[in-house]
Design a protein around this ligand. Structure first.
Ligand SMILES: C[S@@+](CC[C@H](N)C(=O)[O-])C[C@H]1O[C@@H](n2cnc3c(N)ncnc32)[C@H](O)[C@@H]1O
Length: 315
C-alpha cells in the first residue's frame, strides 16, 4: 500500500503535484505484439498500489466501455468541482510552486520565440489557447503578457468564472492589445478549435485526464487550430517509468517514453524539451515539450544565440 504524502497544510497531495510513487517491478516486454512499442508495454500502478502489466490493461479496466468512459470523465470533472478556485486549489495545495513554475515556463517560451519567430514576433498579432486553464493562472501570470489574445478552455465552470473575473473584470493590465478573449467551458476531448487561430496551444497539468485515444484525437483535431509555424507546449508531471493512475481525480501520470510514443501517434514532432527546476523533491518531475506539426527547421546554434539577445517578445 502506498502512503500518501501530505502537503504543508496537512492535506493529502493531489494532482498535479503528487509525489513520485515507487515504480512497479518491470515486467518482461512482450515480443509478439506489433501494435505497441515498448513504452506502451511498460507496467504501471494506481494510487492504491494495484499494479497493471501495461496501459492497455488499465484503460480497459477503467474506460473499457462507453459507460465506464463516461464515468471516468464525469468523476474527473466532479473532483475539480469540489476544489476551491484559488492558486492553491488548482495546484493541489502547492501554491508555493507557482513562481518557479511561471519562471520555468517563461524561460522556455522565450527560447522558442527567439528560435521560431525569427523576427522576434514583432508586429504580429499572436494568439494562444490555454487548455485546462483552471482559474487562468498560466494566462494571468504568463500568456497574457506575451500574446495579444488568449482563449481559455476549462470544463469546470466555477474555475472559468474565476478566470473571467480576474482576467476581464479585475485585470487592470488588460488592454485592447493584450486580452483574454474567449472562455470555452468544455473538456478537451470534446473541443475542436477554429482553423488557424493559434500561434501556441498551451496544455499544462490537464492532459492526464484524457485517455490515450482521446489524447491522440485531441491533438490531431487541435492541429488545425494552429497557424503555420505554430506549436503546442505540453507541461506535465512525469512518472519515472510506465504510468501512475490517480483513482481520486481520474488522471494518469505518464512517463517521458509514454508521452513521446503518444506524440508520435499524434503526428507531432518534438522541437525542444526542458525539465522544470526548483520544485520540492517529493513531487513528480515536470517536463516541458514544444511540439510542431511539421518537421522542425533547425536554426543554427550561433544564430539562435544572437536571436536570444534581441527583444523577442511583445510585453
Ligand atoms: C491541476 S489543474 C491545472 C490548471 C491549470 N492548467 C494550471 O496549471 O493552473 C487541472 C485542470 O484540468 C482541468 N480538467 C479536468 N478534466 C479535464 C478535461 N477532460 N479537459 C480539460 N481540462 C480538464 C481541471 O478542471 C483543472 O482545471
Amino acid at each position: 500500500m502506498l502512503t500518501p504524502t501530505v502537503t504543508l497544510t496537512g492535506r493529502p497531495v493531489f494532482f498535479p503535484l503528487k509525489p513520485q510513487l515507487s515504480p512497479p517491478a518491470p515486467l518482461p516486454t512482450r515480443t509478439n505484439s506489433k501494435s505497441y512499442s515498448s513504452s506502451m508495454e511498460s507496467a504501471g500502478a494506481d494510487s492504491d498500489g494495484r499494479e497493471f502489466k501495461n496501459p492497455g490493461e488499465m484503460w480497459r479496466e477503467h474506460t473499457g466501455d462507453s459507460s465506464l468512459k463516461t464515468q471516468w470523465y464525469h468523476d474527473g470533472v466532479a473532483y475539480w468541482e469540489g476544489v476551491e478556485a484559488t492558486v492553491d486549489g488548482v495546484l493541489g495545495g502547492y501554491g508555493l510552486v507557482n513562481d518557479a513554475d511561471v519562471k520555468g515556463s517563461e524561460s522556455f517560451l522565450q527560447t522558442l520565440f527567439s528560435d521560431i519567430f525569427l523576427d522576434g514576433g514583432i508586429g504580429r498579432h499572436i494568439v494562444a489557447l490555454d487548455c485546462g486553464s483552471g482559474i487562468g493562472r498560466v494566462t494571468k501570470n504568463l500568456l497574457i503578457r506575451y500574446f495579444n489574445e488568449v482563449d481559455l478552455l476549462e470544463p469546470v465552470s466555477h474555475f472559468l468564472d474565476a478566470a473571467r473575473e480576474s482576467l476581464v473584470h479585475e485585470n487592470h493590465m488588460a488592454s485592447e492589445t493584450h486580452k483574454a478573449t474567449n472562455f470555452f467551458c468544455i473538456p478537451l476531448q470534446e473541443f475542436t478549435p477554429n482553423p488557424g487561430r493559434y500561434d501556441v496551444i498551451w496544455v499544462q497539468w490537464c492532459i492526464g485526464h484524457l485517455t490515450d485515444d482521446d489524447f491522440v484525437s485531441f491533438f490531431k483535431r487541435a492541429k488545425i487550430g494552429l497557424k503555420p509555424g505554430g506549436f503546442f507546449i505540453v507541461k506535465e508531471n512525469i512518472a519515472k517509468s510506465g504510468f501512475v493512475l490517480d483513482k481520486e481525480d481520474r488522471s494518469v501520470t505518464r512517463s517521458d517514453a509514454y508521452f513521446k510514443e503518444l506524440f508520435t501517434q499524434c503526428g507531432l514532432h518534438l522541437y525542444k524539451t526542458k525539465d522544470q527546476r526548483g520544485f520540492p523533491k517529493d513531487l513528480f518531475a515536470v517536463k516541458m515539450y514544444a511540439l510542431t506539426t511539421d518537421i522542425p527547421k533547425r536554426t543554427g546554434k550561433t544564430r539562435s544565440k544572437v536571436q536570444a539577445n534581441r527583444p523577442a517578445i511583445i510585453k
